[in-house]
Design a protein around this ligand. Structure first.
Ligand code: SAM
Length: 376
């Protein structure tokens, strides 16, 4: 019998006391993670991380409260949580029994992840939308019964901002200087003047970045999220670019005439109810010599492979239930691929089924995403 089979066979036996303690600890570390994640959300929202990052020296809770205009007792308890969880650093007196005030600080790495929206490692996006993501737990029992999920707008306007803040730092830093030059002939074409479509554009960060970099080209972003489109249009108005538009494909259908030179999809095909239909639509809009830049979550073919290779697998499967798979099942008959549902084998098969003949993985170093050049 394998170890797992033995464990199963024995699951009606009385628990081993030591294993029980260890297992309970393992379960409660998950609750610790969830609660501490909520506190990270507050640290970002209330400017606590920014205040720590901006300070010249470690701060007491009094000083941190004064810097943020918050109530000291609440700030102190929050800081104790974050320091106990290893998110911020606590400078404690040499004698642990000394009641002198603790001082709090950020390491350089913490400054990047918690307090630097322009750093590619900035990670507050998923924490930004944590309350909205977790609130969907209330809808989940019904979804588990009906099989029907909820689209991105079910996370409200802040859900769209959270997605924007999740993906924007990396794409601001690397999309134009690193990724686009890897695509055969695309930069030259964009410089001359090309037609570009970004499907599932969200709040439009990637498209706006490309539109700024290539003023001779025209850019259209499509999304079905009202909140994301509102946000994209607000940012467009701020930037005042004349070569960009954002549209809902249900009101303004996407082109089907082979007129598009470059189509991009960032982290959205696995969220769609009809991803194969979408890939056919991408093929129909693309010129014969056009390019599809497919960016989607790194995944492997089986659950066992994902668990073995992806240290974030449990996070990914959980987010899938709450967000990605839920979106992909938000209509009856939805494909329901989910967060880890588009491994390269499936992406390539879907592309070939839609008439694409070239599929090349790009050598891009990214913690979560895989990048592909797909061509007719
Ligand atoms: C994870 S978000 C990614 C957004 C954006 N590409 C980014 O990187 O910030 C997925 C997006 O796909 C959009 N989406 C889902 N199904 C869609 C469809 N059929 N057509 C267009 N957009 C869709 C959602 O509304 C959501 O904004």
């Amino acid at each position: 019998m394998t170890e797992h089979a033995e464990q199963r066979a024995g699951h009606r036996a009385a628990p081993d006391p030591d294993a029980l303690k260890l297992y309970s600890f393992q379960v409660f570390t998950k609750l610790d993670g969830a609660v501490t994640a909520g506190m990270i959300h507050l640290g970002d929202k209330l400017g606590l991380f920014r205040a720590l990052a901006g300070a010249d020296a470690p701060l007491t809770s009094d000083e941190l409260a004064a810097a943020t205009g918050l109530a000291e007792r609440w700030v102190r308890e929050w800081a104790y949580n974050q320091a106990a969880g290893g998110i911020i650093v606590a400078e404690t007196p040499d004698d642990p029994a000394d009641p002198a005030p603790v001082r709090f600080a950020l390491t350089p790495e913490a400054v990047a992840v918690l307090a630097s929206p322009d750093h590619p490692a900035f990670g507050m996006g998923m924490f930004h939308r944590l309350p909205q993501t977790m609130r969907t737990l209330e809808e989940m029992p019904e979804s588990f019964v009906t099989g029907i999920g909820h689209d991105y707008d079910s996370h409200g306007p802040e859900g769209a901002v959270g997605i924007e803040r999740s993906f924007e730092p990396w794409s601001n830093a690397f999309l134009v200087p690193v990724v686009l030059p890897m695509l055969d002939g695309v930069v030259e074409r964009l410089e001359r003047g090309a037609t570009v479509v970004d499907v599932g554009c969200g709040a439009g960060s990637a498209l706006l970045r490309m539109a700024e970099a290539f003023p001779a080209s025209t850019f259209v972003g499509y999304d079905i999220s009202r909140y994301a489109l509102d946000r994209a249009n607000a940012k467009l108005a701020e930037k005042g670019l004349a070569n960009v538009a954002f549209q809902d494909p249900r009101d303004d259908p996407m082109p089907t005439d082979g007129s598009v030179d470059l189509v991009t999809t960032f982290d959205c095909i696995h969220d769609m109810t009809d991803p194969q239909g979408m890939v056919h639509a991408l093929r129909a809009m693309l010129a014969e010599d056009g390019t599809w830049l497919l960016v989607d979550i790194k995944a492997l073919d089986t659950f066992a492979q994902n668990v073995a290779k992806n240290p974030m697998a449990s996070l990914m499967y959980g987010i899938s239930v709450l967000s990605c798979m839920s979106s992909a099942l938000s209509e009856p008959g939805g494909a329901g691929l989910g967060t880890l549902g588009l491994p390269p084998s499936r992406a390539e098969a879907m592309a070939r089924a839609a008439g694409f003949t070239r599929f090349r993985k790009l050598d891009v170093d990214h913690a979560v995403n895989a990048f592909y050049e797909v061509r007719p």
